[in-house]
Design a protein around this ligand. Structure first.
Ligand SMILES: NC(=O)C1=CN([C@@H]2O[C@H](COP(=O)(O)OP(=O)(O)OC[C@H]3O[C@@H](n4cnc5c(N)ncnc54)[C@H](OP(=O)(O)O)[C@@H]3O)[C@@H](O)[C@H]2O)C=CC1
Ligand SMILES: Cc1cn([C@H]2C[C@H](O)[C@@H](COP(=O)(O)OP(=O)(O)O[C@H]3O[C@@H](C)C(=O)[C@@H](O)[C@H]3O)O2)c(=O)[nH]c1=O
Ligand SMILES: [Mg+2]
Length: 286
């Protein structure tokens, strides 16, 4: 199987480049080869590569910056994935795509299911939701994995930011009123590969039965404040971590207060997902 993998320089894309190896011939492209803000280039690359599967972890992920660059965020997160899906349809290919807990408004403190009502609070979340809808509308075989609070030992993420800040400062103030599930980039990639291996085993009916949206986050829940405490402790750093309210940490983009997602659909159909703290310790080499 020929697999076109985008965003191979990103957190999830980097891990996918390894995890997908056993599944087929992976053609990994980065921004230099396929810039998602250039729709003609997206079409040309797909028509040249002619994949049987497109795996698209590339995205505009700068949540605050998106507020002042909505057009670019929508082009990369919605129009480009929509075009990929249309091209996949012409090729008879399937598509794997990633989305976010920020499609939810976070107003009630109950884990969200895949069919629960969405209501993004910021441009990033809205652009990601539009991407999901564009893929679903194309009517192709697809998997959309909504994940959350992605971290890993490389790339730009909250874990590395907090390790740096905690080593520079004596005290960190971190919001304690936003709840979610930090998810290791490797968990996302390995789970994707496992599900795709099941798809391969499942034969022609598999996609018809299993296409759709799945929540793919580590189990359990926490806050950015508690996540930071766990990071600082696991790293053996001595920085004090203090809880604050979101109002004390103003940002251009609004963020949901409670965006925990239930991964029950994925777990019951496909495979186990680790607890967020266990995965954090594994990631940090403990
Ligand atoms: N990061 C997070 O906390 C979360 C992410 N997600 C979703 O998971 C998926 C993977 O995210 P993650 O790996 O963490 O993201 P990263 O920010 O780590 O990586 C994003 C990737 O997209 C690429 N990219 C951005 N803009 C373009 C463009 N115009 N053309 C081509 N490539 C581009 C980046 O390339 P370059 O290196 O050149 O910038 C990079 O490879 C995304 O769909 C994201 O929305 C969901 C929940 C949480
Ligand atoms: C650096 C820092 C951040 N914060 C707050 C700001 C914010 O409310 C919260 C999270 O910070 P960040 O801006 O790093 O996280 P953010 O970019 O909002 O992370 C999101 O990224 C996108 C791509 C997703 O899809 C989401 O699932 C989620 O992971 O922590 C503090 O309270 N203290 C600090 O020192
Ligand atoms: Mg961010």
């Amino acid at each position: 199987m020929k697999i076109l993998l985008t965003g191979s320089t990103g957190q999830v894309g980097y891990e996918l480049a390894r995890s997908l190896q056993g599944l087929g011939d992976v053609v990994a492209v980065d921004r230099n080869v396929m810039d998602l803000s250039n729709l003609d280039q997206v079409r040309d690359v797909i028509r040249t590569v002619r994949p049987q599967l497109i795996v698209n972890p590339a995205a505009y992920t700068a949540v605050d910056k998106a507020e002042s660059e909505p057009e670019l965020a929508y082009r990369v997160n919605a129009e480009a994935p929509g075009l990929m899906a249309q091209e996949a349809k012409l090729l008879g290919a399937a598509m794997v795509h990633y989305s976010t807990d920020y499609v939810f408004d976070g107003s009630n403190p109950e884990p969200r299911g895949e069919d629960d009502v969405t209501g993004p609070l910021n441009v990033y979340g809205a652009s990601k939701l539009a991407g999901e809808q564009a893929i679903a509308a194309a009517g192709i075989d697809h998997l959309i994995f909504r994940t959350s609070w992605v971290y890993g030992m490389r790339g730009k993420n909250f874990l590395l930011t907090m390790m740096r800040l905690a080593s520079e400062r004596e005290e960190l103030k971190v919001v304690a009123d936003q709840h979610g599930a930090p998810t290791w980039s490797r968990t996302i990639a390995d789970t994707t590969a496992l599900v795709l291996a099941q798809a391969r085993q499942g034969g022609p009916e598999w996609w018809g039965q299993n296409s759709g949206v799945y929540h793919l986050s580590a189990q359990g829940q926490t806050t950015w404040f508690e996540f930071t405490q766990a990071i600082v402790e696991a790293a053996g750093l001595s920085c004090r971590v203090l809880p604050i309210g979101s109002a004390e940490y103003p940002t251009p983009a609004r963020r949901p207060q409670y965006s925990v997602m239930s991964s029950e659909r994925l777990v019951s159909r496909f495979c186990h997902l680790p607890d967020w703290k266990q995965a954090l310790h594994l990631c940090m080499g403990q």
